[in-house]
Design a protein around this ligand. Structure first.
Ligand SMILES: [Ca+2]
Ligand SMILES: [Ca+2]
Length: 496
């Protein structure tokens, strides 16, 4: 069913005042494919070691009974999708201390800008921060342990971390307290399914209203986005206020997306995977009549008698047969994405099939609009490699970073650009990682950009930490950056 585009979008005030908005103009850069594979020196895997631990169903160490069977990709045994609990301990003190530099080697056939001495340097992307950035020397500080945490959200005017537990709870935590503010079982809703890639997967707070939005898997295995009112003082969710905003049929148990994020425009972005199985069997990701394999953009407040509004500047509102909620397409499982709080750029970690993981960058224009109408290529392409040859997407936005499953990698967990961290050397770096290898990388955002002709610049990546079962890298309420492991640990990036 196609809902009608709304005729008017309220001009929503911006969120919390600490966010800065600046204008960044990008110099048009000539193309030049920058398809890079990361060869992580510390891992050095050269054989089948990248096989994910999905076949280790007993490994969910210490998780509460309601949470987290280790996710198993039920479609393709060779495919690892988030989250796969590899059973590793929540913390590895030895791994947390040493930063090392990631070696970047071009993949076969990569068309790289020349780095030969004396050659004309690649013009640096124009940003508000000059690069190259000083390299951060990272140590991980334990914050607290939770039951299969998969995400952290922040609430305007609240300095607590809102930790999302896959089994259905949300815990507001700070140095002095852990308070359960929501349990999915308290609502009169459509049921709940957890385990594997299902469960309570996403949370975002409205920038201007005392409302929270959750993304979870219902009793039928479908994706639901729902709204709950919050007590502004305690942050507790009111179960009686539960209201369903959006339901999306899920044909398979995996690839459910789960990210919810309010953009710089005050609208809600919803990440949805391609529905699951393996290889996008129904070819939905490039099909604009399907909400699967997309990032949607909605105004989650009721619009007349409709449960949400469709912004009239969504890219496909006038396209016959297209779903008007679609913002970006061609995604396999955009498990975690975020907006750069300084630039408005959209950064997506899109989980690969069996070979290649990718980070996508969609630049904003004057601080907004990042990703509008863009396709990211799946399933015509997996990362920088052709995939299904019966679909085509020649003009898709190519990833700025790719890495292979060598060395134990299996599934990218998208992260965040640090901008206001008290760890000042981290600011300007996009921090992300891999679920299986636990490798956490920082990407110097001044080293690369994305143009209509393709990515430009040579990604400068530093391996900064290791977090087994890494589900997310997020920005906390005061700007610091945290890692989230489904094994339980939430840790903060701090100077070594
Ligand atoms: Ca699914
Ligand atoms: Ca892609």
């Amino acid at each position: 069913m196609r809902s009608d585009p709304r005729t008017h979008v309220p001009s929503l005030p911006r969120g919390a005042g600490r966010r800065r908005r600046t204008t960044r103009r990008r110099r048009p850069l000539s193309g030049g494919a920058v398809a890079l594979a990361l060869a992580v020196a510390a891992c050095g895997g050269s054989d089948g070691a990248a096989e994910p631990a999905a076949s280790d169903p007993g490994a969910a160490a210490g998780d509460a009974a309601t949470t987290a069977d280790p996710p198993v990709d039920d479609g393709t045994p060779t495919t690892a999708d988030l989250p796969v609990d590899d059973g590793a301990p929540a913390t590895d003190p030895g791994a947390a201390s040493g930063a090392s530099t990631t070696t970047i080697t071009p993949s076969a056939g990569a068309d790289l800008p020349s780095a030969a001495p004396g050659s004309e340097p690649e013009p640096a992307p124009v940003t508000t921060v000059a690069g190259p950035l000083p390299e951060p020397d990272v140590r991980l500080v334990d914050v607290a342990t939770f039951a299969a945490p998969v995400e952290i959200a922040t609430r305007p005017s609240d300095t607590r971390l809102y930790v999302v537990e896959q089994g259905g709870s949300i815990v507001a935590a700070d140095d002095e307290s852990n308070q359960v503010v929501f349990e999915i079982g308290s609502v009169d809703g459509p049921g709940f399914t957890t385990g594997g890639e299902r469960g309570l997967l996403g949370l975002a707070f409205h920038p201007d209203e005392d409302l929270a939005y959750i993304d979870f898997t219902d009793g039928d295995g479908d994706t639901v986005v729902a709204e709950l009112a919050i007590d502004p003082g305690s942050g507790r969710f009111d179960p009686a206020s539960y209201r369903e905003v959006l339901t999306v049929d899920q044909p398979y148990s995996n690839h459910n997306g789960g990210e919810l994020a309010f953009g710089p425009d005050g609208l809600l972005y919803v990440g949805l995977g391609d529905g699951g199985d393996g290889g996008d069997p129904d070819r939905v990701a490039l099909d604009l009549s399907s909400q699967l394999g997309k990032i949607l953009r909605i105004d989650p407040l009721p619009d007349g008698d409709r449960p949400f509004g469709v912004p009239d500047d969504n890219p496909h509102v006038d396209d016959e047969g297209a779903d008007p909620t679609i913002w970006s397409s061609g995604l396999r499982n955009p498990w975690r994405f975020s907006f750069d709080s300084l630039t408005g750029d959209l950064w997506i970690g899109d989980v690969g099939q069996g070979q290649v993981e990718e980070i996508d960058l969609a630049p904003a224009t004057d601080g907004a609009g990042a990703g509008r109408g863009l396709s990211f290529g799946w399933s015509a392409f997996e990362g920088d490699q052709p995939f299904n040859d019966d679909v085509d997407d020649p003009d898709h936005t190519r990833p700025v970073v790719t890495y292979t499953h060598e060395g134990g990698n299996c599934s990218v967990s998208g992260g965040v650009v640090a901008r206001e961290s008290s760890f000042e050397q981290l600011n300007g770096w996009y921090v992300f990682g891999d679920f299986c290898s636990g490798t956490v990388w920082a990407l110097d955002t001044t080293s690369v950009t994305s143009t209509p002709d393709g990515p430009s610049g040579e990604p400068r990546l530093v391996e900064v930490a290791n977090v087994p079962a890494l589900a997310a890298v997020v920005e906390g309420p005061l700007g610091d950056v945290y890692t989230v492991s489904t094994s339980g640990a939430v840790q903060r990036l701090a100077p070594a």
